[in-house]
Design a protein around this ligand. Structure first.
Ligand code: FBP
Length: 333
């Protein structure tokens, strides 16, 4: 081990200004790091072990479940089985909160997560991710979730793991954003970048433009506006991977915008696809801590008061100037 190699747990323990005690954070992030290593290893072999494709089940979102969606969710459940100080798990793949009363103490936490983001990429060896959000639990809450259904400003930590050519973990605990790369030889996440700052302006945007006709006219005008520039230096290129985590990671490093506008329903309402509690709130926390922004198109995602654990919202997230422009152009009316 090179003396310069700063591992994740060592870095967490010396982090200042965090929203939760670093000893609690180190325990929780160490388990999330282990989950990342297990998933990265599984993804590398899934194709030759016939672990791709669908299970035949449908999840709480009404989506067909991929084998890897199910497997990655089980990894979270097993890894946090003896997971003090985490006593509750909320997953994209589970309808209800998974609660472990034996792990409850004065200082207890819930982990809300999307075990495998970008699952349409599993069978084509595309980029994938895991997204996590850590929140305090009020003592004596049991399986009731009213103490979790609060705005994203109440997260104590959040981040993601990107399974790309390298496996990288990026997180914030309320005092800046740090990035780590999995050193396969060492089996450890080693510090790669500290205090990441998102450029205020980028030159790429990520969106499923195939949904254009379903959007609010404001969102269509916005895309037209940023793609109609003749001058190469101010025009935008489309970069869409099919995985929110991978597209967000590009915005974090190079600037730019990821958007998933709402689809206008017959009642004229705007229905988002991505989930607020374990996709949008955690990445908006990271974005803001890196001087970027996360918006519903009408306002700050971190100020949205959630009404349900699997609530969806439209999203415009990335460089501050692009998100401001989207809001000014009233993309969601
Ligand atoms: P999952 O968490 O179920 O993968 O859904 C989220 C997501 O896959 C994002 O990662 C991605 O950006 C988006 O949905 C892709 O949606 P679409 O296939 O409609 O473009």
């Amino acid at each position: 081990m090179d003396e310069h190699d700063v591992t994740l747990s060592r870095h967490v323990l010396i982090r200042e200004g965090t929203r939760a005690p670093v000893t609690d954070l180190a325990l929780i992030l160490e388990r999330i790091a282990l989950i990342g290593k297990l998933i990265a290893r599984q993804l590398a072999h899934a194709s030759i072990r016939d672990e791709l494709g669908y299970t035949g089940d449908t999840n709480v979102q009404g989506e067909k479940v991929k084998w890897l969606d199910e497997w990655t969710n089980q990894v979270f459940l097993k890894t946090f089985a003896h997971g003090f100080p985490v006593c509750s798990l909320v997953s994209e793949e589970m309808e209800e909160v998974h609660h472990r009363p034996e792990n409850c103490r004065e200082n207890s936490y819930a982990v809300l997560y999307d075990p495998l983001d970008g699952s349409s990429n599993t069978d084509v060896n595309g980029a994938l991710g895991t997204i996590f959000s850590i929140r305090r639990r009020a003592p004596g809450h049991g399986t009731k979730i009213d103490d979790i259904l609060h705005p994203g400003t109440e997260q104590v930590a959040a981040g993601y793991i990107l399974y790309g050519p390298a496996t990288q973990l990026v997180y914030t605990a309320g005092n800046g954003v740090d990035g780590f790369t999995l050193d396969l030889g060492l089996g450890e996440f080693v510090l790669w970048r500290e205090n990441l700052r998102m450029p205020r302006l980028g030159s790429t945007y990520a969106v499923n433009q195939g949904n254009l006709s379903k959007w609010h006219p404001g969102a269509r005008k916005f895309i037209e506006h940023i793609t109609s520039r003749k001058d190469k230096s101010t025009s935008y290129s489309l970069r869409y991977t099919g995985a929110f985590v991978a597209d967000f990671h590009r915005c974090l490093l190079e600037g730019g915008l990821y958007l998933y506008p709402g689809e206008v329903t017959s009642e004229g309402k705007s229905k988002g696809k991505l989930r607020l509690m374990y996709e949008l709130a955690p990445l908006s926390f990271v974005a803001e801590q890196a001087r970027g922004k996360g918006s519903t198109g009408k306002g700050r995602i971190l100020e949205v008061n959630p009404s349900a654990i699997h609530e969806r919202q439209p999203v415009y997230i990335g460089s501050a100037l692009e998100v401001d422009l989207a809001e000014q152009m009233r993309v969601e009316g």
